[in-house]
Design a protein around this ligand. Structure first.
Ligand code: ATP
Ligand code: MG
Length: 183
């Protein structure tokens, strides 16, 4: 599935509503140090259901909210929305009638995150599974952050197996089996 749009409001340095269109093919993000390139990648990871503040270079999840600057007050909410093209109907069966899927995550200070797909509230797990089935996702090999290359090379056999399973696109199935076993 093609990612077509990314919208950020109050997320890290993106205090004003910012929308980027993502065209098919390769996209490069260029700009001076500190302009927010890594923040964009983190926004993608976050909207896909990342739960570890450490992976967002923060101490707590609230740290993704715009913290204020010399000229602007801090915000109390951050929201990221990613839009996927579902014209090929390759998304979740529940959304087969939807030509586009807009996945939104919003965090409010001290209240945590909520998630929506095309406006309807869903669980974090639903969003995580949607991306796991697409073999992308917050922890997937589809996103390789600075410093992770070394970690991949030095991975233990068990960790390497997880990576191979993820690349083979069966992580979503595992996650569902685990959920079923817990019931
Ligand atoms: P480099 O080229 O050095 O990798 P970059 O373009 O990847 O830089 P980022 O790391 O994405 O830059 O952005 C860092 C900027 O984001 C810093 O100026 C930092 O102050 C700002 N920033 C991070 N979190 C927040 C926040 N919660 N509120 C406001 N600004 C933030
Ligand atoms: Mg960077």
């Amino acid at each position: 599935m093609q990612f077509t749009k990314l919208r950020l409001v109050g997320f890290k340095s993106f205090v004003e509503s910012t929308e980027l269109s993502i065209a098919p093919g390769m996209t490069g993000v260029v700009g001076p140090n500190g302009c927010g390139k890594s923040n964009l990648v983190e926004a993608l990871r976050w909207v896909m259901g990342e739960t570890s503040p450490k992976n967002m270079r923060g101490g707590e999840m609230d740290d993704v909210i715009f913290a204020g600057s010399a000229t602007r007050p801090a915000r109390n909410q951050a929201e990221v929305q990613v839009t996927l093209d579902n014209a090929g109907r390759d998304g979740p069966p529940d959304y087969a009638e939807h030509p586009e899927l807009a996945i939104t995550r919003k965090i409010t200070r001290e209240h945590g995150s909520d998630y929506r797909i095309n406006g309807g509230p869903v669980r974090a797990k639903d969003v995580q599974l949607l991306f796991a089935d697409m073999a992308t996702g917050a922890r997937s090999t589809a996103i390789v952050s600075q410093g992770r290359v070394g970690a991949l090379i030095g991975a233990k056999p068990q960790e390497r197996r997880l990576l191979l399973e993820e690349a083979a696109g069966i992580t979503g199935l595992h996650s569902r089996r685990h959920e079923a076993e817990l019931r």
